[in-house]
Design a protein around this ligand. Structure first.
Ligand code: ATP
Ligand code: MG
Length: 559
């Protein structure tokens, strides 16, 4: 699949890295990392971070690590780890050497904590979590010192060792950095750096019952890996002083530079792993890879291509200002890619039978059509036979004004075949059209009809040479522009679009689609872009997911 060239904006992170290289910083190296927490599947927001971290490394001849930030074992799992690795690779990136885990550094993190205690910069606190919260103060009020803040170094070392040995219950002791309870930045008010958790860890088993906190872990992991530019989202801006404090106090040989950029927010979409997990757990969708999900796995199953997602991430750019990106831009990116790269095929979604009265019963004519009108992608074969199917919407007995398809008066061209004209409409008892009798003009193959005009070109399949298919039409999962912030926290569920999935089980597709695979979306002519579902379906019934419509229909509906 070709990668559409788009102009790369000189965003501020590119400029910073460029400047650092020019100034000879970091011995001319660029080392970045993508640090997911393995507590869910990756979503489009993570894709932005992946593209940024990996592309900065690529552009500046550097490397990018994949590191699982696994300090919350209760919420994490191997399933998520495997899914994340698969998604990163699918997006087209390869991390440097082995996958890394923050848990690889648990011993080093522990030793650094002991170092802080020995230097009088950390202490074991015996306040309860609630008390710690009350002592912390507020934005307008300084915090209070814990009565345990001035324990001796010996006592702290002893207590921390006993925490590690499992002597204490969860929540009864923790290790805190000794910084400044009066700091205007609450993150600096003696943050907890270790807590007791008597749980099994997916990587370290039962080796540890104390686990380091995220802020403490992240900066040290970055330093251990020799990261030069630690790119993260804006909510970590207020954590940067702590990031720097830990590394300064520990005098680590490497001190990465944390740089924050704004998160990707998309309208009509939720991008929080917690909420996506709720959609899955409460069965509002059929799993993390439901094609309506903004997850990388959902988008893959939906027919999005890696190139379209990378291009989208380039298009939205990297800034420090919070904004909401129109999901139409994501749809633009996939249309743009598929218009150029998707082979064409015909699928009749709502079939009505057409009998060509003047065509011999058993004859069939093999027709060769290009797979793509502009790009050489080879050819496909369709067969013209006496019985064919067209879409119900392509015939109107009483046409609305400007109708450009078949009517009792108007002839139409069958794509790649002949011009046909309706001679009789057959209806059932309810007056519903069930079949059309037509005649074909044998002098119109590749030629204009003589003496009359064909109004429009419609798609069709041969009744004898077609395959049954189930078509899943997807629409936006939410019908509210901002499902995240409308009403209360939990109310996003109320804005699920009841029409986000429509299943059509009697569609018919042309023979070339028998060879379809889930990695290659098609344009179903006049209908949209579709891809074979990677999970459901069988040789008897193909299942196709609509990736995106041909045009942005939503914009019109919304006015
Ligand atoms: P979520 O809020 O969805 O749970 P998270 O930030 O907790 O996401 P992590 O696994 O910690 O998820 O994220 C890994 C990396 O991806 C982090 O560096 C984070 O900043 C980045 N990231 C997460 N969401 C977005 C987003 N919407 N836009 C850009 N980057 C993101
Ligand atoms: Mg996070």
């Amino acid at each position: 699949m070709s990668n559409t060239e788009i102009k790369k904006p000189a965003h501020f992170i590119r400029q910073i890295i460029q400047g650092d290289l020019e100034a000879g910083k970091n011995q001319g190296k660029v080392v970045t990392r993508f640090p997911p927490e393995p507590n869910g599947y990756l979503h489009i927001g993570h894709a932005k971070s992946i593209c940024l971290n990996f592309s900065m490394a690529q552009e500046f001849d550097g490397t990018c690590n994949l590191r699982f930030d696994d300090t919350n074992p209760e919420k994490e799992s191997q399933e998520y780890i495997d899914a994340i690795k698969k998604d990163v690779r699918w997006l087209g990136y390869e991390w440097n050497a082995e996958v890394r885990f923050a848990s690889d550094y648990f011993q080093a993190l522990y030793e650094y904590a002991v170092q802080l205690i020995k230097e009088g910069k950390a202490y074991v606190d015996s306040l309860s979590p609630e008390e710690i919260r009350t002592y912390r103060g507020t934005l307008t009020e300084a915090g209070k010192h814990s009565p345990y803040r001035d324990r001796s170094i010996e006592e702290n070392l002893d207590l921390f060792e006993r925490m590690k040995q499992g002597e204490f219950d969860e929540g009864t002791q923790c290790l805190r950095a000794k910084i400044d309870m009066a700091s205007p930045n609450i993150n600096m008010r003696d943050p907890v750096i270790y807590r007791i958790r008597k749980v099994h860890h997916h990587q370290t088993g039962d080796e540890w019952c104390i686990y380091p906190m995220y802020d403490y872990t992240h900066c040290i992991s970055d330093a251990i890996e020799g990261i030069t530019h630690s790119l993260c989202t804006l909510e970590f801006e207020d954590h940067r002083p702590l990031y720097d404090w830990v590394l300064d106090e520990l005098r680590t040989p490497c001190h990465p530079q944390q740089i924050e950029f704004s998160r990707l927010n998309l309208n009509y979409t939720v991008t929080s792993k917690r909420k996506l997990k709720q959609l899955v757990d409460d069965k509002h969708v059929n799993g993390w890879d439901d094609p309506r999900m903004p997850t990388v796995s959902g988008m893959r199953r939906r027919g999005y291509t890696p190139a379209s997602i990378r291009n989208f991430c380039e298009m939205v750019g990297v800034t420090k200002s919070e904004g909401v990106v129109d999901v139409g831009m994501l749809e633009f990116a996939i249309r743009d890619d598929l218009d150029k790269n998707a082979p064409r095929a015909m699928c009749v979604i709502n079939p009505i039978k057409v009998v060509i009265e003047n065509y011999p019963d058993d004859e069939e004519l093999k027709l060769t059509l290009p797979a793509h009108p502009k790009v050489d992608m080879g050819e496909r074969e369709v067969f013209f036979t006496k019985e064919i199917y067209i879409d119900r919407a392509d015939f109107e007995e009483v046409p609305p004004p400007k109708y450009k398809r078949m009517t009792p008066e108007n002839a139409v061209r069958l794509r790649g075949a002949f011009v046909i004209k309706c001679s009789e409409i057959i209806k059932d008892d309810q007056g519903e059209v069930v079949e059309l009798r037509c005649t074909y003009d044998e002098n119109t193959l590749g030629k204009k009809p003589e003496g009359y005009k064909a109004k429009g070109v419609i798609h069709w399949v041969s009744a004898k040479h077609c395959y049954p298919a189930e078509i899943r039409l997807y629409d936006r999962l939410f019908d509210h522009e901002n499902p995240d912030n409308a009403g209360d926290e939990s109310h996003f569920i109320d804005f699920i679009n009841p029409d986000s999935l429509t299943v059509i089980d009697n569609a018919l597709v042309e023979p070339s689609l028998k060879l379809a695979n889930p990695d290659q979306p098609y344009q179903f002519e006049r209908e949209g872009y579709f891809v074979l579902d990677s999970k459901d379906g069988s040789a008897e019934k193909l299942v196709f997911n609509r990736t995106v419509t041909l045009r942005d229909t939503w914009a019109k509906i919304q006015g």
